[in-house]
Design a protein around this ligand. Structure first.
Ligand code: MN
Length: 242
């Protein structure tokens, strides 16, 4: 069921690469180190590419204008990808996946900022939709169990996101205890990182950096949050439960 929906999204927009949480799609460059058998070691120096948006730049115009989407994807996100690749090469930081990389302790600053930037934006594009996709019965049940109702979730999420001081992200995550929780992170940190106040599996992340909304909403972050929460692809969020 989930797979079929994914394929449909891909076909509709012809985007080629569907921005899955496996946006984690990357090119592995075998490290120079080889083990005793002469085979490449498992850990590698990864390199990443900017994922295509799963919809056109003007598709979210009900919430986010075309210019903001274009700059955000082509300039900001591309910048994180470029700097991440450079930082991986310079620091020779090996990992088996983007998640594996971000979960490392003592992350080099440039990888923390730009690896976070790449993961966060890839997830962000994926969980938005030109036409909102409502929560399934399952997702509705999970949100209702932990937040009272879908509306209760949105209210709590909006409060959390509105309370981020300066630049950062608001998250819906799945914890080790199988409970959903809302958390926020500063800058490009995310709940995969050891520095996060609360670690968990990110299901949905909303960018509250001013670059995500300033052209249309200026300082009115609350208005941006209200509009963008009307453009959530709840099926994509549910898929991230894994
Ligand atoms: Mn951003």
């Amino acid at each position: 069921m989930k797979k079929r929906t994914f394929l449909k999204i891909s076909a509709t927009f012809g985007a080629g690469v569907v921005v899955a949480p496996s946006l984690v799609s990357c090119n592995e460059e075998a490290s120079n180190d080889t083990d005793a058998t002469g085979e490449a070691a498992a850990a590698t120096l990864l390199s990443f590419e900017l994922p295509k948006l799963p919809y056109p730049y003007d598709a979210l115009v009900a919430a986010v204008d075309e210019e903001t989407m274009t700059i955000h994807h082509q300039k900001h996100h591309q910048g994180y990808v470029n700097k991440l690749n450079k930082a991986i090469q310079e620091t020779k930081t090996e990992a088996s996946s983007l998640e594996d990389l971000l979960a490392k302790t003592d992350l080099p600053e440039a990888i923390r900022n730009n690896g976070g930037g790449h993961f966060n934006h890839s997830l962000f594009w994926e969980i938005l939709a030109p036409e909102p996709v409502q929560p399934s019965k399952t997702m509705d049940g999970l949100l209702s169990k932990d937040f009272g109702s879908v509306e209760g979730f949105k209210k709590s999420f909006t409060e959390a996101a509105g309370g981020v001081f300066g630049s950062g992200w608001a998250w819906l995550c799945l914890g080790d205890d199988e409970q959903l929780f809302i958390t926020t992170t500063p800058n490009q940190d995310n709940p995969l990182m050891s520095v996060a106040e609360k670690q968990g599996k990110p299901l949905m992340g909303i960018d509250v950096w001013e670059h995500a909304y300033y052209l249309r909403y200026q300082n009115e972050r609350g208005q941006y949050l209200q509009k963008i929460l009307e453009r959530i692809n709840w099926e994509a969020v549910e898929n991230n439960l894994g």
